[in-house]
Design a protein around this ligand. Structure first.
Ligand SMILES: *Cc1c(COP(=O)(O)O)cnc(C)c1O
Length: 851
């Protein structure tokens, strides 16, 4: 089903009529020439539109259009852009070239927020930007991915900072007809789907966003058939209370699956981007139960096709609802499936808290799960250790795929021009190839510094304008307003800090020693300046207090014009900042930053990261491509804060400032570090690498499994489900009935000198009951000393002899002189070639350690 342009679409002269098409595809947002094309039509209206080409076209006068249609220079640029657009849409992609035989793969990517561009404000921060960047790279690479999200009538919120540093959050309803989206038209009407809520049905309208080759479908509840309160359900991203939240998550998950069906789409991979979208699995379960599948088979089928990415490293950050609330809201669904009510609720039950936890629901219904950096993967495995019975955290089946950013969106055009000139012609397509980036070495220092200085000048101008508007609106004196024209020195070392103002990100850490800071900032020879920006959630009062504090410090006479707090951080401002500062500061409490991505944007633009070794930076930092704050050791918050504060000042004073100001005509050593940063980080921390990882590690294996599970009337799904049920019912038979670890010593057949003195044989006698030994793995586990830590070793044991009376022996060879107290243990666990991971059944029989 094709989306059509809305009836209100601007009527354009035939020579430029495809501007409508360009405006309706977010490809424009990462193509500099397309952006320029719109900007040059009318720079004032372009700025006033918030860089929204649909609104720009609406706002043009007929006379302007007539002039454009005969402006040969404009027409020439127009044709160039249109031709680039057509080649983009029709070109051969990485996926087509590499996976021509996987045409059946179809991925649906569900996310509560998407940050594509400032003109479509349905994001709040990192999670949304990540989703936007993910879909852009999926399009670039030709990955068959459809997005599902919500269309928020009032977006997140517009932030204003008042004259005392208070955050004012303002909400404006968007005119959907003037956003770069289109209604999906079906039988001459906008397509709608409906979901059941307690006592009523809610109608949802379906919209489409074109992101290059791929569509993203957005749902909104502002439909005339709905009650007034229901119309407001999708008014605001992360607004309202728990009731709003659960209803929004139902719209996303349940409504999202229904929208796919209404569009005739049956994906074989469902990607849950953070727990918010996990209800999608319940709608799928319902579909399968209606087809007549038994519950356990339906769950296996859902699981075979689901990928879950978690983003939250603290238990308190996960979305939870009381069981009563879930039973109330999901009432209609649970009633329809009343025979399975308990089982369905159990899928999301967190036994510890007694709450319904969206992450638990996702964990229970996703065959593949991952965190968003190596460290976050580790933290998540630790957090879900008990989820799979008692196994070592290292074995918990949650992997990691480190986040990246969309290079074309975040890299300044001036840098791209340098890359075009000095890197191999394939640098964009093969941006994940380390090798190509080595060529950054040959870019002349002069060219790099010129580009960097230009971007810094742009940022200073942008900053002054932002402050000017802030003060003018706040009704400040003309003198105070004009003063900002002198703020910030384009030649001074400039440090940027911008992100959501959640307290764990510690935006005010640098203020812990104002006296020391004062000296740094006011050094006449080597001045330093800071630019801050970020929104705090309207209900996060401690977060808003941070803004007030930064504002207050920025008004102190020693800091005026040298520390500034900008208002309304968005993707537009983010681009200026990550492209224009010298140093990008990030000092969260470790390990609370699951990945972080703004530092990755900075790195691509030659901006040096100065960050706590958390999230992506723990793996990105190599000693020469930026600076690390503090150590990787775990410490309580107070100790971390003390250590990090000290490290920040120390590194600034001893390394960063001297390096920056060590310049004759050019700071060659600084530039050399910029090159190290681009070379070492760009190839890894981009979304092309990330989406390729998702494709190869998660999407393709999942698509294949999902397809296998449903063929022949759900044959494999049924076998796996029955197998699991059989194993669950009979596992109690499995017992380790004897262990012998003296065989090596006692053996008389082997000449003494042939026995490796350091190794010994261990045998175990296992009783299996009706379970086949082949359906299990028998393993011996011991710990090896490595420096000051212990590493778990798992050795699989080989069967010896026959299965006699449901018993069989197994053997393995292990070191005989284990110094670790309990020497080893033996465990038996069920396995199957059709399992997505090793602990699909949380069943492990093990000996306590055996001395
Ligand atoms: C990139 C970005 C973020 C995420 O930044 P983090 O450093 O990951 O917190 C948030 N908001 C905007 C507008 C961004 O562009």
């Amino acid at each position: 089903m094709q989306a059509a342009f809305p009836q209100t679409v601007k009527h354009l002269p035939p020579t430029i009529e495809r501007l409508n098409e360009l405006a309706a595809n977010l490809w424009f947002s990462w193509n500099h020439e397309a952006l320029q094309l719109f900007a040059q039509i009318d720079p004032v209206k372009w700025a006033a539109s918030g860089h929204n080409p649909v609104r720009l076209l609406h706002d043009l006068e007929d006379t302007q259009l007539a002039a454009l249609s005969t402006n040969t220079e404009f027409i020439a640029s127009y044709h160039q852009v249109i031709s680039a657009f057509d080649s983009y849409l029709n070109g051969t992609t990485w996926f087509q070239k590499t996976y021509a035989d996987r045409g059946y793969a179809q991925i649906a990517y569900f996310s509560a927020e998407f940050g594509f561009h400032e003109s479509l404000p349905i994001y709040s921060g990192g999670l949304g930007i990540l989703a936007g960047d993910h879909t852009k790279s999926a399009s670039d690479l030709g990955i068959p991915l459809i997005g599902i999200g919500l269309l928020y009538k009032k977006g997140y919120f517009t932030q204003k900072i008042d004259a005392s540093g208070g955050q004012q959050s303002e909400l404006y309803p968007y005119d959907f007809a003037k956003l770069p989206i289109e209604p999906v038209i079906h039988n001459d009407q906008q397509l709608t789907v409906s979901i059941d809520m307690p006592g009523r049905t809610i109608t949802l309208q379906v919209w489409q966003v074109r992101v290059g080759r791929n569509p993203i479908y957005l749902l909104d509840a502002d439909h005339e058939a709905n009650q007034p309160a229901d119309k407001e359900l999708t008014a605001q991203l992360y607004g309202g209370n728990q009731d709003t939240r659960i209803a929004q998550e139902m719209v996303l998950g349940i409504g999202g699956v229904k929208a796919l069906r209404a569009l005739g789409v049956y994906p074989n991979v469902y990607h849950i981007n953070e727990g918010h979208a996990a209800f999608l699995t319940l709608e799928r379960l319902k579909e399968l139960l209606h087809l007549g599948l038994p519950f356990h088979v339906a769950v296996e089928t859902v699981r075979s096709a689901t990928v879950f990415t978690t983003h939250t490293p603290v238990p308190a950050g996960h979305d939870t609802f009381s069981i009563e609330m879930v039973e109330h809201y999901l009432g209609p669904l649970l009633q329809e499936l009343s025979r399975h009510k308990q089982e369905i609720v159990a899928l999301g039950l967190d036994h510890h808290s007694g709450q319904f936890n969206m992450t638990h629901l996702a964990m229970n219904t996703a065959g593949m799960r991952n965190g968003v950096s190596k460290l976050h993967g580790q933290v998540s495995r630790e957090m879900f250790k008990e989820f799979h019975g008692h196994i070592d955290a290292s074995e918990v089946p949650i992997g990691s795929i480190t986040n990246g950013v969309h290079l074309d969106t975040w890299t300044a055009p001036q840098w791209k021009e340098l890359f075009d000139r000095f890197l191999p012609g394939t640098w964009r397509e093969e941006q994940a190839n380390q090798h190509q980036w080595q060529q950054v070495e040959v870019i002349p220092d002069e060219s790099i510094w010129k580009v960097h200085q230009q971007l810094k000048d742009d940022l200073v101008r942008f900053t002054r304008q932002n402050l000017l508007e802030q003060r003018r609106r706040n009704g400040e004196s003309e003198e105070r307003i004009q003063e900002v024209r002198q703020y910030l020195n384009p030649k001074a070392l400039t440090i940027g800090f911008a992100r959501r103002f959640a307290t764990y990100k510690r935006a005010n850490l640098i203020f812990n020693d104002l006296y020391r800071l004062k000296k740094l900032i006011n050094d006449p020879e080597r001045p330093v300046q800071f630019i801050f920006a970020g929104k705090a959630h309207p209900a996060d009062y401690p977060g808003q207090e941070l803004i007030r504090e930064i504002y207050r410090v920025s008004q102190m006479k020693e800091f005026v014009g040298k520390i500034v707090m900008l208002e309304n951080y968005d993707m537009n401002m983010a681009r200026y900042l990550v492209q224009g500062v010298d140093v990008w500061l990030n000092n969260p409490r470790r390990p609370l930053e699951a990945s972080g991505t703004s530092g990755q944007k900075a790195a691509m633009n030659g901006v040096l990261n100065f960050s706590v070794l958390d999230g992506w930076w723990e793996e990105g930092y190599n000693g020469t491509n930026g600076w690390a704050i503090g150590s990787t050791g775990a410490a309580d918050w107070a100790t971390q804060e003390k250590e990090n504060t000290h490290a920040i000042y120390h590194i600034l004073e001893k390394e960063i400032i001297p390096l920056y100001y060590n310049q004759g005509a050019l700071p060659h050593q600084w530039i050399s570090r910029m090159k190290r940063s681009i070379q070492s980080l760009s190839p890894t921390y981009n979304t092309h690498r990330m989406v390729q990882d998702y494709t190869e590690k998660a999407y393709l294996p999942t698509a294949e499994r999902a397809r296998l599970f449903v063929t022949n009337q759900y044959d494999v799904a049924t076998k796996v489900a029955d197998y699991k049920q059989f194993i669950r019912n009979n596992w109690y038979h499995v017992q380790i009935i004897g262990i012998d670890d003296r065989s090596a010593k006692l053996s008389t057949e082997v000449p003494l000198h042939e026995i490796k003195p350091s190794m010994k044989d261990v045998t175990a006698q296992i009783h299996f009951g009706p379970i086949w030994p082949q359906d299990t793995a028998v393993e011996v586990i011991y710990y090896e000393e490595h420096g000051d830590s212990w590493e778990q070793k798992i050795i699989s044991m080989e069967p010896i002899g026959e299965l006699i009376e449901q018993q069989q022996s197994f053997k393995a060879t292990i070191p005989s002189h284990l110094v670790h107290g309990p020497h080893f243990s033996i465990r038996v666990r069920p396995i199957s070639a059709n399992f997505a991971h090793s602990f699909e059944l949380s069943l492990v029989t093990s000996t306590l350690s055996w001395q």
